[in-house]
Design a binder for this molecule. Structure first.
Ligand SMILES: *Cc1c(COP(=O)(O)O)cnc(C)c1O
Length: 360
């Protein structure tokens, strides 16, 4: 068996100990004689998996008591529609910040449900910065303010939490949840798909403050209604049981490897090393303004785009996979989530230097 370093943006690399544990437990989970995939979601075995999953997430993120933690389906994309339907509460407007492709999708979906005020927009800089908070147009009478903590495609990440008083803050953390310490109490809703930093695709985490629950649009699909899901422990319909189990294994791995404070330090070190290598080279460059550079997704372009193909082919020869940038921005993108080891980033940096020496 030979494992590569996989820089995919999502679904993305998983910690090897998690895959080995899943392999070891695949046919017979703890003496039950069956796979987690085959268990009833109502049985006591799966219930224990579900309870630990929730408890571990609450512990890792230090989620206060006045929040519900839901494990849903439909991805972050499902939440783009679920959010307005749950928390407009009769209001007809919501504020959205447009800092890239994912914000734009969230904003577009919200327009099906209300008037959208675009509070800030960095499309003019081609999504390489975040407008200063002092320039944001936030209407305090709007139902909520939505932003995307990390723009996975452009490699732009908020380094602090916007503060606009009492308006509920709603955040898509799909690609940086669990990568850094966050004060959950600043938020009305945090949501994230699992396939970037938490596990395989198929689980959507929603952390929602109690006062925002229970006033959903009466035409909302039941599975999207936070109140109904909270009341049913996220089992209003059959959950993605095996994916819950795998996310649970990732959380255990994270706890054993020192928790969020520790992984955050490693993420700072990994991303700093890669950005430094890019800065020092004359072949590679990153267009994002320094203070907004993402620790999770590092896009870069080659000075001569004709070398792109060769770069990707030689990288693959060296076991460095899925480095092609998103089709909308071109170039390269190295996604270096929690599960990407330091050695993977070092191997990429060495390869980039060698490629520059021979092709630059
Ligand atoms: C990947 C991603 C999404 C979409 O997730 P789905 O699970 O495909 O719905 C939304 N927002 C961000 C920031 C993402 O990185």
């Amino acid at each position: 068996m030979s494992r590569v370093y996989n820089f995919s943006a999502g679904p993305s690399t998983l910690p090897e100990p998690v895959l080995l544990k899943a392999q070891q437990e695949l046919l017979d989970w703890r003496g039950t004689g069956m796979s987690v995939m085959e268990m009833s979601h109502r049985g006591k075995e799966f219930m224990s998996i579900a309870e630990e999953l929730k408890a571990d997430l609450i512990e890792l993120l230090n989620i206060p008591d006045n929040y519900q933690v839901l494990f849903l389906q439909g991805g972050a994309t499902g939440q783009f529609a679920a959010i307005p339907q749950n928390i407009l509460r009769g209001n007809d407007k919501a504020c959205y910040v447009n800092t890239g492709a994912w914000s734009a999708k969230a904003l577009k979906e919200a327009k099906n449900h209300c008037d959208v005020i675009v509070s800030a927009d960095s499309s003019e800089s081609k999504f390489t910065d975040i407008p200063a908070y002092s320039d944001w147009n936030v209407d305090e009478a709007a139902a909520y303010l939505h932003y995307t903590a990390n723009e996975t495609i452009h490699g732009v990440e908020f380094q602090d939490i916007p503060d606009f008083g009492d308006i509920p803050l709603v955040c898509d953390m799909s690609s940086n949840i669990l990568s850094r310490e966050v004060d959950i109490s600043k938020y009305g809703i945090i949501y994230a798909g699992s396939q970037k930093n938490m596990g395989p695709a198929g689980v959507t985490i929603v952390i929602v403050r109690d006062d925002l629950i229970g006033n959903a649009d009466n035409k909302i699909a039941s599975v999207l209604d936070y109140a109904q899901q909270a009341k049913n422990d996220s089992m209003l319909n059959t959950p993605a049981t095996y994916n819950w189990y795998l996310v649970g294994l990732v959380l255990k791995w994270l706890k054993e490897s020192g928790g969020i404070a520790d992984i955050e330090q490693r993420n700072i070190a990994k991303s700093a090393a890669l950005y430094q290598a890019i800065e020092q080279s004359s072949l590679y460059s990153n267009p994002v303004q320094k203070e907004f550079r993402s620790r999770m997704n590092v896009p870069f372009v080659l000075a001569n785009a004709e070398l792109d193909k060769e770069f990707l082919a030689r990288a693959a020869d060296n076991g460095l996979m899925t480095l092609k940038g998103h089709r909308s921005v071109g170039g390269m993108r190295a996604s270096i989530y929690n599960a990407m080891p330091e050695e993977g980033v070092s191997a990429l940096i060495s390869f980039m230097a060698e490629f520059e020496r021979t092709h630059g």
